[in-house]
Ligand binder design. Structure first.
Ligand code: NI
Length: 176
C-alpha cells in the first residue's frame, strides 16, 4: 500500500475528462493495488470519497466510504454513469480534498441510480439517497473535470473551514 498525492485546484488533471477503464484491466494487480492505495489515501486524508483524477490519474475510478450513522459502505465505482435522477433536490455543505479549507452549499438531486463496474468487474446498479447520492454526484463530477465550486449557484455561502466550524456547523450536521 502507498499513499498517493492529492492534486489540488489549479492542477490541470482536475479539469480533464477521465478515460474509461478497459474492463480487461480491472483484475490486473496494478489496478487492484491502485484501488487499495486510493482507499488508504482517502482514509489518511479523512475524506469520504476520492476520484482517480484527484490523485493525478485521469481514469474513471472512484472509491467511497462513510462509516457511522447515515453513512455508506465501502464502494468502488469504475466507469460509472448516473442513469436516473430523482425529482427532489437536497442542499448540502460540500468540501473536497482538492479544494482545501473551503466549504460551500450545493443543491443536487437527492436520489440517483448509478450503474458501474465494481472492483471485480461485475456490473453494479445501485439506488442512493441523501449523503450517498450527493457523494456519488460529487465524485462523478471529478471524472468530467468539475469540482463542487462549479455546482454552486450561490457563491455567497463559500466559507473557510475555520469559519464553517465557528458559524455554520450547527446548521447542517451533514458535510460531504
Ligand atoms: Ni472532491
Amino acid at each position: 500500500m502507498a499513499l498517493l498525492t492529492v492534486a489540488k485546484l489549479g492542477n490541470p488533471v482536475l479539469r480533464q475528462i477521465a478515460q474509461p477503464v478497459d474492463p480487461r484491466e480491472i483484475h490486473s494487480k496494478a489496478l487492484q493495488q491502485f484501488i487499495d492505495d486510493m482507499f488508504e489515501t482517502m482514509a489518511e486524508e479523512e475524506g469520504i470519497g476520492l476520484a482517480a483524477p484527484q490523485v493525478s490519474r485521469s481514469q474513471q475510478v472512484i472509491v467511497m466510504e462513510c462509516r457511522g450513522e447515515g453513512g455508506f459502505p465501502q464502494t468502488v465505482l469504475i466507469n460509472p454513469s448516473i442513469v436516473f435522477y430523482g425529482p427532489n433536490q437536497v442542499e448540502m455543505w460540500e468540501g473536497c480534498l482538492s479544494v482545501e479549507g473551503l466549504r460551500g452549499k450545493v443543491t443536487r438531486p437527492s436520489m440517483v441510480k448509478v450503474r458501474a463496474l465494481d472492483r471485480d468487474g461485475t456490473t453494479l446498479e445501485l439506488d442512493a439517497t441523501g449523503l450517498f447520492a450527493v457523494c456519488i454526484q460529487h465524485e462523478i463530477d471529478h471524472l468530467i473535470g468539475k469540482v463542487f465550486l462549479d455546482r454552486m449557484t450561490d457563491l455567497s455561502t463559500l466559507t473557510h473551514l475555520e469559519e464553517f466550524d465557528q458559524y455554520w456547523r450547527q446548521e447542517h450536521a451533514t458535510v460531504i
